[in-house]
Design a protein around this ligand. Sequence first.
Ligand code: ADP
Ligand code: MG
Ligand code: MG
Length: 885
Amino acid sequence: NETVYPFGGGAPHVDARQKDKTVTGGKGANLAEMAAIGLPVPPGFTITTEECVRYLAEGGAFPESLRASVDKALAHIEKAVGKRFGDAADPLLVSVRSGARVSMPGMMDTVLNLGLNDATVEGLATVSGDERFAWDSYRRFIQMYSDVVLGLDHGLFEEALEIAKEDRGYFADTEMAAEDWRELVARYRAIVDQELGAPFPQDVTEQLWGAIRAVFDSWDSDRAKVYRRLNDIPADWGTAVNVQAMVFGNMGDTSATGVAFTRDPATGERAYFGEWLVNAQGEDVVAGIRTPQYLTRAAREAAGARPLSMEEAMPEAYGELARVFDLLESHYRDMQDIEFTVERGKLWMLQTRSGKRTAKAALKMAVDMTGEGLIDERTAILRVDPMALDQLLHPTLDPAAARDVLTTGLPASPGAASGRIVLDADTAENWVARGEKVILVRVETSPEDIHGMHAAQGILTARGGMTSHAAVVARGMGRCCVSGASAVSIDLSARTLRIAGRDMAEGDILTLDGSTGQVMAGEVATIEPELVGDFGTLMEWADRHRIMKVRTNAETPADCRMARQFGAEGIGLCRTEHMFFDAGRISAVRQMILAEDEAGRRRALALLLPEQRADFAEIFRVMAGLPCTIRLLDPPLHEFLPRTEAEFAELAEVTGYGVDHLRRRAEELHEFNPMLGHRGCRLGITYPEIYEMQARAIYEAACDVADEGGAAPVPEIMVPLVATRRELAILRALIDRVAEAVFAERGQRLEYLVGTMIELPRAALMAGDIAHEARFFSFGTNDLTQTALGVSRDDAGRFLSQYVEQGIFPRDPFVSLDVDGVGELVRIAAERGRGSVPGLKLGICGEHGGDPASIAFCQEVGLDYVSASPYRVPIARLAAAQAAL
Ligand code: ADP
Ligand code: MG
Ligand code: MG
């Protein structure tokens, strides 16, 4: 297998392996593919990700054969360009770029203008006839290489540049003349000498290998690790290295560089969207050093900006770019995010990839592209990330609420957020850990800020455009973001800021509207989202293709109502104990728990019966004939015990017992390991009157609602924490008895099912046996995960993140089902249960019912439905459709 692949410049044909992102990385694969469809791509070569993995496994030694392959590929570039690497008269310069399988914005470092040294810079000046350009390139190279490869602080170089400008009375970099850059290079060289104790490397081959090494090493940098962890990217993928002939956007006014999207990544609108800068190179556009210009005339006019758009300033290159956009969209059949450079009027393509987009844009583009015939309905369903819908399912700012608008920046990533101002990423993380909501405010963000951006509700930056680091990362994460709010000035040392003349401090509350760019003081009221338009269309398509039903985990009428609006087809888990905590009832619950005997318990339960009946009736009304799985009391009783003095005193009052007596009873209920203690069906076995009351409340409510004339409720009564068939047999008999009693009293019969949760390994293994007593199984994968792994969810925080970091668990098993282990128990239980009772109804009611990867597994095992919290219902609908395709 090849380890180095040439592309562009008449390289031999591109084979399947070279187009495979797992081999050549996203950037390398797409550069090769663009070259193959005839687009102008500067020639280069890609070192495979496999070589990176090998290099890291060898502890940082280059594989034996790599040097020869690189030499050969470099010769390919030299031949295509007609220049030689290191040639003092007419040097070939290259960029060294990383590129993993998926794009990891800002995680990997690129070095431009490599191949410059004291000799070649003179050659470049002569050949280009532009001395200023040559020295500008050289200073850029020294700074980048020193930062990325030599590990020196880039601040030192930035400071030297600032001083150089100040000394000369300049304001912008563009004022620096050739001689100024030359002097700055000397200063840079001195900085390197001083910091490194060695001169800046003059040997171009040494430069090249240093850069390749830096790219490989960056795969294991801290910030790459953080990004991988947040995005579930395996540590063993590695990154490819792309070495590519330089083209120059900094060769004067007929040269430029830019980034663009073939459609608007925020709204999904079918309009070219991008930013560019004349006489600039590479990262200038995204780094926020100069304010970028609009790509199209329409966008410039809409923004009322003055500097000419590319469409106006460089009509020919722009025309070429527009042609490329259309070619790319019809080739990749998706919105593309591209990087380009214009060198003396000629357009060059430097990158393309499927563009990151907001959920709103993803929906719009999926629906539009289906309409345009670019993709089909199935592709449209598969194209939208179910988790991204989360962005649309949360509240937006109430248009009617008063807004104290401080300033307006760029609407970089939509959504609304309120929170306390924090001025750095670590503070963001710390404050969030203690339960605050925060807005991260920075001059601009960099990869070092990722963890803070993740913790924050929203991000506000003073500088940077719509394609700045902050904007791109925020859109990817689904955080709302306002960028380029130039009226924001920050005093980091005083921990204060000024927004358009208003003084504020860290900790003050700010609201951002990422859809309009507004920045507001204080908190602004929000409204619930409406699931119409493209959202509704895609959901309709998803519903057509999915096989599993989607229910919700809900126990309040409000949640049930919301879940139905989101498309829930029933309740998969109604936790009755949540109703016990209500202020008006907890006293009766406590009386029941602390009662000395059955008679005492029955007296207290009689107080609870009408309350529970009313709860269930309301839920049945909202669910209007849809199935409702109601779980009987599950948690250990001590969770309801009084804790404070006042609570004991109050209870003493109503029961007539002394506080001491109550305290003793409470102590008797203490358990060493409540998770495995007196809970679940064990409560029903020992205190049958509790389950009796609950069953009665359910049936009476069902009869009441049926009497009202609407659709008859369909209760599915679920017994928790069953381990043996006998437990379920006893409790089922009790529940059936209550049913018969109520139906006799009411003179009517209703459909109902009695079933069990499968949440203990023994229950999974004995499912064939247990199924004889059950009309349905619902996998309680939260507890099944706890009991199968022997990991308590409440105590896992101490070690779980390390377990994920070290790859022991690929993901948090409480978030995404451990398919191999816990999943095996589910599979066994499903097979054995249906082996005994063909067609046994199967569902899942753990947290995993809202996790797309777990949903795919549920489909594979053949569950009838998944159940998720209300906000996750649309996510589950889409994920279930994707699982079925
Ligand atoms: P990232 O993955 O961070 O975007 P890239 O490898 O794409 O890093 O490089 C960053 C920028 O450098 C690109 O936007 C592009 O403009 C510029 N660049 C990279 N290679 C070249 C090249 N061969 N010629 C000119 N500019 C380049
Ligand atoms: Mg970058
Ligand atoms: Mg790039």
